[in-house]
Design a protein around this ligand. Sequence first.
Ligand SMILES: NC(=O)c1ccc[n+]([C@@H]2O[C@H](COP(=O)([O-])OP(=O)(O)OC[C@H]3O[C@@H](n4cnc5c(N)ncnc54)[C@H](OP(=O)(O)O)[C@@H]3O)[C@@H](O)[C@H]2O)c1
Length: 265
Amino acid sequence: MNVVITGSTKGIGLGLAREFLRRGHAVMVSSRRSDAVEQVVADLRREYPRERVAGQPCDVGDFEQVQKLWDAAVAALGRVDIWINNAGRDGMKVPFFMLPPEDMKQTITTNLIGLMNCNRVCITGMYRQKGGWIWNMEGFGSNGAVRPTVGVYGASKYAVRYFTKAMAKELEKTPVRMGYLSPGIVATDLLVPPPDRRGERWEQNKKILNILADTVETVTPFLVEGMLAAEKNGTAVRWLTNGKVRWRFFKALFVKRDVFGPLGA
Ligand SMILES: NC(=O)c1ccc[n+]([C@@H]2O[C@H](COP(=O)([O-])OP(=O)(O)OC[C@H]3O[C@@H](n4cnc5c(N)ncnc54)[C@H](OP(=O)(O)O)[C@@H]3O)[C@@H](O)[C@H]2O)c1
């Protein structure tokens, strides 16, 4: 399989890239920063056959750049079997009235407009090549959950689930397949604020996150396994089910976890 992953120079995206490569697939990595893309391509080519690793910078908020990413993937890999819309940001965690408008705009542009740009390009491309899977990354808010200070991020991810559902319906009689991905809570830069932006609630939050969160290395094999096994349009691959949450809280009475290590110290 040939796989394109947006926002794959670190975090979950990079973990997914490594997991596909480990299983013998070919991957196109991407993010906004060309130096980061070059570095990740060089690193991955040291570990895996160079012809299975390609890279192209792309800001998903810019439609032209997304089209170029598709074209570069087809040129490098031949066709695109799986495209994962993983690029995302969560923005500042402050009450909405204090949020700089630019921060709000960037979150919506990446998480929603960017994801739509990618779907627009992929649906056309995959229709022409007569097949392919598009996976859209959900996040906090996708299931309707609400929490103060994450209104914009939550709204974008709530919309991602709606949009994915709508696209799955639209694509029913086509060769293109659409799926939902949900990684649960993962110890990445997106989840863990840098030390100077942690605020007094970080230590309290960390206690809960240590019960529910996982590492990239734990979650990505599950997500890749689920994507490769999917057959039905509209398949959801979700890591943290309600049952798992209940089990984690019960287990926390007996076992203490530290999923963040030096990242959260
Ligand atoms: N971590 C979690 O707990 C969690 C939970 C649920 C869902 N998710 C979702 O999973 C996805 C990945 O999250 P993560 O935790 O791995 O985040 P991360 O570690 O912050 O990585 C985000 C990646 O996206 C890239 N990116 C950001 N803005 C972009 C843009 N406009 N265009 C292209 N690439 C862009 C970043 O690179 P550049 O900055 O160089 O562009 C980076 O490679 C996101 O959609 C997030 O909402 C995460």
